[in-house]
Design a protein around this ligand. Structure first.
Ligand SMILES: Nc1nc2c(c(=O)[nH]1)N[C@H]1C(S)=C(S)[C@@H](COP(=O)(O)OP(=O)(O)OC[C@H]3O[C@@H](n4cnc5c(N)ncnc54)[C@H](O)[C@@H]3O)O[C@H]1N2
Ligand code: MOO
Length: 403
């Protein structure tokens, strides 16, 4: 008798199979989307020195205390301090230095007057406004203190985080290593575009789908193909196993006479089982010569749903993410749906929220068939119909996983 494993149990199995990737040092440019495996300590303060927030004039506020448009105060301009000047001269009393945004404040100065509040003079300058003491100064360490944790371990590296790493002086980061994944499409009927199709053949699409989904998480994906021949499948993949952290196959796992993946891997450390999910029921996973392997069913929508439900959370966990789930919301069904009792059905849907309403609405895109790839392209979510229901009426509230 075939044992049917629940969606949650099977997901936990795949998460545990992939484990956690080891730490690796990568150049900043290769870290986008990855997760810090260690705290990042600031090697410098930010700002590293007191500097001007405006183009203008560095002054002692007391020297221009009475300045106004009606009675400007005139001061001699001592020095010019552009950004990047490293030998910053002191500001004597009764003098101003012209200063640019980002330039170091001269010792003695306590405020900056914007150039717009002056006549812009270069020898002497007329100042039309009395600055608040401290005006337009950005203070050392205001943003980050030298030696403090600028980015904690577990941070997901987006544009702001990568920018901060560079700003505190780093060119590399210790991140969870992106997995190298081999995607293997199996099927004698498959033809790679744009070669012409004969009757009975179809264009291969699963590898494109999976490689895109895997790369979008920050992992590396390579593609291989095999016809439904056990010997050829083994010869194509086995010698390359050492190059990868994970092999994902599609097709050849159900109940037919030519199930290449099942036939090639049965007897190894790989288990084939039925999961209480629709689509994506026939699944397998384990290790092939020690390398984790996940075998997905061949139907294109089964591939995408299996990726969403099992592989995506497992890959994100391996990469060190703590938030591995899609955002889940409640929505009212715009039409009734049927679902196989005892299995969790994931239907492709389109979710939207009317202005001012708390609960959104969701309508299916396409039927339950796992070959309906075009309908998937119109979806922005998966509708989750639990194992306990067979009929969900129009207007019922359901869980929706937003892409
Ligand atoms: N007697 C039974 N038959 C089937 C069962 C079952 O339980 N008993 N399960 C069905 C379900 S559910 C699924 S899902 C499929 C899974 O079958 P396989 O994993 O063996 O996949 P294939 O038969 O190789 O392919 C299924 C389908 O997908 C097309 N395909 C495969 N690979 C690709 C690709 N790379 N690009 C595009 N399309 C692909 C293939 O041509 C088939 O049409 O089994 C059911 N049958
Ligand atoms: O599970 Mo199959 O994936 O329903 O089409």
């Amino acid at each position: 008798m075939v044992v049917v494993v629940s969606v949650d149990e099977y997901r936990a199995e795949i998460v545990s199979l992939l484990g956690t990737a080891p730490p690796v040092s990568l150049p900043l440019a290769d870290c986008a989307g990855l997760v810090l495996a260690d705290d990042v300590l600031a090697g410098v303060s930010l700002p590293p020195f007191d500097n001007s927030a405006m183009d203008g004039y560095a002054v002692r506020a007391a020297d221009v205390a009475g300045a106004s448009a009606e009675s400007p105060v005139e001061l001699p301009v001592g020095e010019d301090i552009p950004a990047g000047r490293v030998d910053v001269p002191e500001l004597p009393p009764g003098v101003t230095h012209r200063i640019m945004t980002g330039a170091p404040m001269p010792p003695g100065a306590d405020s900056v007057v914007m150039v717009e509040r002056t006549d812009g003079g270069t020898e002497k300058v007329r100042i039309n406004e009395a600055p608040e003491p401290g005006a337009h100064i950005r203070h050392v360490g205001e943003d980050v203190q030298k030696g403090s944790v600028a980015l904690p371990k577990g941070t997901v590296l987006g544009p702001a985080q990568l920018g901060l790493a560079a700003a505190v002086g780093l060119d590399r980061l210790i991140v969870r290593k992106p997995l190298r994944v081999l995607v293997v499409s199996t099927g004698t009927e498959l033809v790679v575009p744009p070669r012409p199709l004969k009757f009975g053949q179809i264009y291969e699409s699963n590898s494109i789908t999976l490689a895109a989904a895997i790369r979008a998480l920050g992992c590396e994906a390579e593609i291989a193909m095999s016809i439904d021949d056990v010997g050829m499948f083994r010869r194509a993949i086995e010698p390359r196993l050492g190059e990868f952290d994970l092999v994902v196959t599609t097709g050849g796992v159900s109940a037919g006479a030519y199930e290449v993946v099942k036939d090639a891997l049965t007897g190894m450390d790989v288990r084939f089982q039925k999961v209480a999910i629709q689509p994506g029921g026939p699944q397998g996973n384990g290790r092939w010569n020690g390398i984790p392997v996940v075998t997905l069913p061949g139907n294109p929508v089964s591939v995408l749903v299996s990726f969403e439900v099992f592989l995506r959370p497992a890959l994100l966990t391996a990469l060190g993410h703590s938030n591995v789930d899609r955002h889940r919301v409640r929505a009212r069904l715009t039409e009734g749906l049927k679902s196989p009792a005892g299995r969790r059905q994931f239907r492709r849907g389109y979710y939207w929220q009317r202005e001012g309403e708390v609960t959104g609405e969701v309508g299916p895109r396409g039927g339950p068939g796992s070959h309906l790839l075009a309908a998937f392209t119109q979806a922005n979510c998966l509708i989750v119909l639990p194992e306990s229901v067979a009929d969900v009426p129009q207007g019922a509230e359901v869980d929706v996983l937003l892409f």
